[in-house]
Design a binder for this molecule. Structure first.
Ligand SMILES: Nc1ncnc2c1ncn2[C@@H]1O[C@H](COP(=O)(O)OP(=O)(O)OP(=O)(O)O)[C@@H](O)[C@H]1O
Ligand SMILES: [Mg+2]
Length: 130
């Protein structure tokens, strides 16, 4: 099976890119390949000039800190047993070394950016609209 064939595009810093095509044309496979969830059998994917189809290169660049998937369906991608505070803090805990207080300030600031108040901290995903 050739899940994706003959595809080539560039995405510049700050650019939003939409990939459109008929069902089965390889959009999801392309997206998964870009974040490293699918193994690429030929061709290359360059990030700042470095081929990130190699896991070694992804590790070296800390690629998975910079490039991540945001899944469409929030209810199936957010852990239903975790409070919003911990869900938002998880990547910070993975990639940054913040004090408890700094972490809380960051989470509150991120909530504020999307118009949510501090009440949201202790709520679970199902308590929000989609
Ligand atoms: N793991 C796999 N093994 C074999 N074939 C696969 C695999 N994953 C995808 N395919 C096939 O590769 C092609 C591309 O699939 P892909 O899911 O990337 O398409 P898509 O553009 O995202 O489609 P849709 O619009 O339906 O989401 C399809 O023919 C699909 O059946
Ligand atoms: Mg798809």
């Amino acid at each position: 099976v050739k899940a994706v064939d003959g595809i080539s595009f560039n995405i510049e810093k700050g650019q939003t890119y939409g990939l459109v095509g008929e069902s089965g044309s390889g959009k999801s496979t392309t997206g998964k390949s870009v974040v490293g969830l699918e193994k690429v059998t030929s061709g290359s994917i360059l990030y700042n000039g470095v081929d990130i189809t190699s896991e070694k290169n992804r590790k070296k660049l800390n690629y998975n800190r910079d490039v991540q998937m945001i899944f469409q369906d929030s209810l199936s991608s957010l852990n239903p047993r975790k409070r919003i505070e911990d869900i938002i803090a998880e990547p910070l805990r993975n990639f940054e070394h913040l004090s408890k207080n700094e972490e809380k300030m960051r989470v509150l600031r991120l909530l504020d950016i999307v118009g949510l108040s501090a009440d949201a901290l202790y709520q679970y995903p199902h308590q929000f609209s989609g």
